[in-house]
Design a protein around this ligand. Sequence first.
Ligand SMILES: NC(=O)c1ccc[n+]([C@@H]2O[C@H](COP(=O)([O-])OP(=O)(O)OC[C@H]3O[C@@H](n4cnc5c(N)ncnc54)[C@H](O)[C@@H]3O)[C@@H](O)[C@H]2O)c1
Length: 284
Amino acid sequence: MEIKKVGICGLGLMGSGIAELASKAGIDVVACEVNDKFLEKGMGRINKSLGRAVEKGKLDEAGKTAILGRINATTDYKALADCDLVIEAIIESFEEKKKLYQMLDGIVKKDAIFASNTSSLSITEMGATTERAEQFCGLHFFNPVPVMKLVEVVKTVATSDATFEAAKAFGEKVGKVVVSCNDTPGFVVNRLLVPYLLDAIRALESGVATKEDIDNGMKLGCGHPMGPLELTDFVGLDTTYFIAEILFAEFKQHHYAAPPLLKAMVMAGYLGRKSGRGFYDYRK
Ligand SMILES: NC(=O)c1ccc[n+]([C@@H]2O[C@H](COP(=O)([O-])OP(=O)(O)OC[C@H]3O[C@@H](n4cnc5c(N)ncnc54)[C@H](O)[C@@H]3O)[C@@H](O)[C@H]2O)c1
């Protein structure tokens, strides 16, 4: 099935990026939010991102107007009825997602695909809450969506081949490189990345080196653009902690366990860049 019209639920950090990307690729978009305030905030984010592209000469004003014109921003979920694919990018709560999918099941046409952008919840479990588990998969984009080249397309035991192929084709159509994977916690990237970040925190915690030396070690010794502690600040210490807990609950292996220092910092509200303080101080 070719995806000609896509619905996006949740126009937050990720949803607004996905909506921008799909519209840029010439696909009609219906973007749904819980209220006008969040809808305006999400559209404001898209407007700003396109404005930056115009300033850099990557897009002209007519192109910007056309991209915005393809996005129908609404709080009325009925507008999703004739979408070929609906991507859910709402808050990371299984109960909230389940409620949304059950409502969407009654609204969106029966042959449409549902996909979740979740970073940590089970795609299989979410699919099982719908009447279309065969037409359910994961489409895991990376932040910032317009910049990061990757999308993980996630298959459950129930996902049909036709759904999986259509989701991969959608990922490619919006300009991403697709990595296919089976539904396991962390998929490919977080399964490998999160233990690395946790090990860097453990190294700091046990006095192996200073935060600057740990970060410089990985930047200059391994060619990483960011050191692990800088990267944890960027991702969010709370998000890293949350994903570590889910990985540990599944695999029960030490390298997935959150170090006490990470837990203490989260409890103290040191969440990284977004809160102004993490391993580094961003308040100035
Ligand atoms: N932030 C990241 O780096 C990142 C990366 C990959 C995946 N994800 C995943 O993407 C999803 C969204 O994350 P985010 O960072 O964009 O969150 P966010 O908090 O920025 O945005 C979530 C948005 O969903 C809206 N929302 C909540 N319930 C809704 C509903 N029933 N219908 C429509 N909209 C609703 C909220 O109003 C909010 O604007 C999560 O599942 C997260 O795990 C996040």
